[in-house]
Design a protein around this ligand. Structure first.
Ligand code: GAL
Length: 657
């Protein structure tokens, strides 16, 4: 477990670097990420490679004992390059080129741009691949940020047609798969197929889903291009990419397959404003971030590259890009850091070292102020650095609960939500939060995951039933809680033969006859529960545990499978999950208190704006050794403990599979 920071040596006079490096090391930081936007300084004119400053920066940082994650600069192609490569700019859905002057302006499908990326990455990897300070690489920066996964360029059109030819083999097969007889949308050859934009009303959802799959594959192959160049030239170094929060436009499992370590950029306060929480939730957690949002992303990205992950960027103060940008509650930077380590992070790295007094992000806090004095977060970082040895050696173990996430299913629903506010990530978060309220640890798993060892499988949003899932559930013997719309679409965005829920029907007697979406704010009474957003009309011979007052079953008990034919309220989710978790010592945590285990060590973070006593909520604390803090948690408080009985009897914890 290490701390790190993001640093831009090219932003500062060179004679500051030594002092910066020394101060980083003195603060207890071990990792520095640099270089990811520096193309105009690495190659100020075509072919004029000026890498010597970067070599000196690496020597300086390495000389202070810091490990460097070296970024490839491909998120910010410089002006001369853009001007020399017509067609490399991304194009938006309205046909407008996305111009130079910020970042991420390239199109993933531009072959000439890919060649330029290969050239600069090769040159960097040749020069620095075995530099002793370089311990890892970051490919590009935040794929997809600023809505850049899809591009409607001529290059994308050509590449899409080639991709379609590969996927469908014949245009007849494509016409059949997409249902193109509808509205005379049939094609005679692949060359006739346009990108799905500019249509009079909605384009075919199957066409859009194919375009999303294609666009995701372009991100994956763009990343693989860089990974394949770096790997042989930089043996023993990790390849990392920094993913984003609340972002599902490409398949992160696919990109993660080419990485050694996944990382993500955690901005808890910025994300709170972005997400669809009610205003009262946003007000309560304004300075802390939502108690489950960040944790969910830790669990998600831990899954995307087989268990190894980091937080590459953590906000140390107000950011610049939220609708409002409040300061974290005192203590919260420390608390966020511990939440990440509790979920198995190898590194927590802050963004950024020194606040820049110029350009787009001048209002974004750093660990240092623009005048190099220490900003508020530094004392908290110092505290975390001092505490790290107290929990050294704790390894992440498999959680008892798995929650399945499938990106193509999310795209399907986003393309045709059927109810304006049916947002897949929100129902996924609702299930995740229900497990967290019970104090249960969750592993996010991909659609092909082996489920062995899990007691409970949550399927909050799985419209496309993955191949072989029923057999894997049967083999694992786990309890399943499935949400609405399960198995409601084929992979080509059609209603499956024989009505939904495809796949799940083999495990439980369920047929969804009709679905309805409920207008925003509508709460349909269902005994002690309330149903929002979505209601299914289901035929079943199974016991019904809850129904709407108008008689539609919403909680159907199929023994091994619990089916929720609605968007459930928190109380319904609690009532479904609690009995399934009976053997897992479920708790009843108050709003804002959250727990997570890292091996033998259990952590608690208080996100609430009021103090909380663990003694009121967690039994058995009389048998624990406190490693960090104690049972009384102030707002933003953190505690970590080890159960002494458990420590004496349990075998050593295993690593994540
Ligand atoms: C991230 C990005 C950084 C910086 C940061 C500001 O999305 O990777 O380069 O822009 O946000 O919060």
């Amino acid at each position: 477990m290490k701390l790190g920071v993001c640093y831009y040596p090219e932003h500062w006079p060179e004679d500051w670097w030594v002092d910066d490096a020394r101060r980083m090391a003195d603060l207890g930081l071990k990792q520095v990420r640099i270089g990811e936007f520096a193309w105009s300084r690495l190659e100020p004119a075509p072919g004029q490679l000026t890498f010597d400053w970067l070599a000196r920066a690496l020597d300086t940082l390495g000389g202070a004992g810091l490990e460097v994650v070296l970024g490839t600069p491909t998120a910010t192609p410089p002006k001369w390059l853009v001007d020399s490569l017509p067609g490399m700019l991304a194009v938006d859905a309205h046909g407008r080129e996305r111009g130079f002057g910020s970042r991420r302006h390239y199109c993933f499908s531009s072959e000439p741009y890919r060649a330029e990326c290969a050239r600069i990455v090769t040159a960097l990897a040749d020069r620095f691949g075995t530099h002793p300070a370089v311990t890892a690489w970051q490919t590009d920066n935040e794929y997809g940020c600023h809505d850049t996964v899809e591009s409607y360029s001529a290059g994308a059109r050509t590449a899409f047609q080639a991709w379609l030819t590969q996927r469908y083999g014949s245009v007849e097969a494509l016409n059949r798969a997409w249902g193109n007889v509808f509205w005379s949308m049939e094609y005679r050859c692949f060359d006739e197929i346009e990108l799905p934009a500019g249509t009079v009303t909605e384009a075919s959802p199957a066409h859009r889903l194919a375009f999303q799959r294609f666009s995701s594959d372009q991100v994956t192959s763009f990343n693989r291009l860089q990974a394949d160049i770096i790997r042989p030239r930089s043996p023993g170094r990790d390849i990392i990419h920094n993913f984003m929060g609340q972002f599902t436009a490409f398949d992160h499992f696919d990109v993660g397959a080419d990485l050694d370590v996944s990382s993500w950029d955690s901005y808890p306060l910025g994300f709170l404003e972005w997400f669809g929480w009610p205003q009262v939730v946003k007000a309560r957690f304004m300075r802390q971030g939502h108690p489950d949002f960040t944790a969910f992303h830790h669990d998600l990205y831990r899954a995307t590259s087989g268990g190894r992950w980091q937080v590459m960027e953590l906000q140390p103060g107000p950011v610049n890009w939220g609708a409002w940008n409040p300061a974290p509650l005192p203590g919260m930077v420390r608390a966020w850091s511990w939440e990440a380590f509790a979920h198995g992070a190898e590194v927590v790295s802050y963004f950024r070292w020194r606040q820049a007094p110029f350009a787009q992000e001048q209002m974004h806090a750093g660990l240092l102020r623009p005048d190099s004095s220490e900003a508020e977060a530094v004392d908290e970082v110092r505290a975390v650095a001092a505490e790290l040895p107290l929990v050294a050696g704790a390894t992440t173990a498999q959680a008892p609960v798995a929650l399945m996430v499938d990106y193509p299913g999310i795209w399907s629903t986003t393309i045709q939500p059927q109810g304006r506010d049916f947002r897949p990530l929100e129902i996924i978060l609702a299930f995740y939060a229900a497990a967290r309220r019970l104090g249960l640890d969750v592993d996010v798993v991909g659609p092909q995951a082996d489920l062995t060892g899990y007691a409970i499988l949550l399927l909050p949003h799985l419209p496309v039933w993955p191949e072989g899932l029923a057999a894997r559930i049967a083999a694992a013997g786990c309890q399943v809680v499935a949400g609405p719309r399960t198995g409601s679409k084929t992979g080509e965005h059609a209603i499956p033969d024989g009505l939904p829920p495809e796949g799940l029907k083999t495990l439980a007697d369920l047929t969804v006859l009709r679905v309805e979406s409920l207008r925003s704010g509508w709460l349909e009474p269902a005994g002690p529960y309330q149903v929002s957003h979505w209601l299914e009309h289901v035929r079943t011979g199974l016991p019904v545990r809850a129904a709407t007052d108008s008689g539609h079953p919403v909680w159907i008990d199929g023994g091994q499978v619990q089916y929720l034919a609605c968007w459930p309220c928190p109380r319904l989710l609690d009532d479904v999950l609690r009995p399934l978790a009976a053997g897992l010592d479920p708790l009843d945590l108050p709003d804002g208190l959250r727990l997570r285990r890292r091996g033998e060590v259990r952590f608690a973070v208080n996100y609430a704006p009021e103090p909380v006593s663990l003694r009121a909520h967690v039994p058995g604390l009389e048998h624990v050794e406190w490693l960090i803090g104690g049972p009384e948690l102030a707002p933003a408080g953190v505690a970590a403990w080890r159960d002494i009985r458990f420590a004496q009897t349990s075998p050593s914890t295993s690593s994540m599979p």
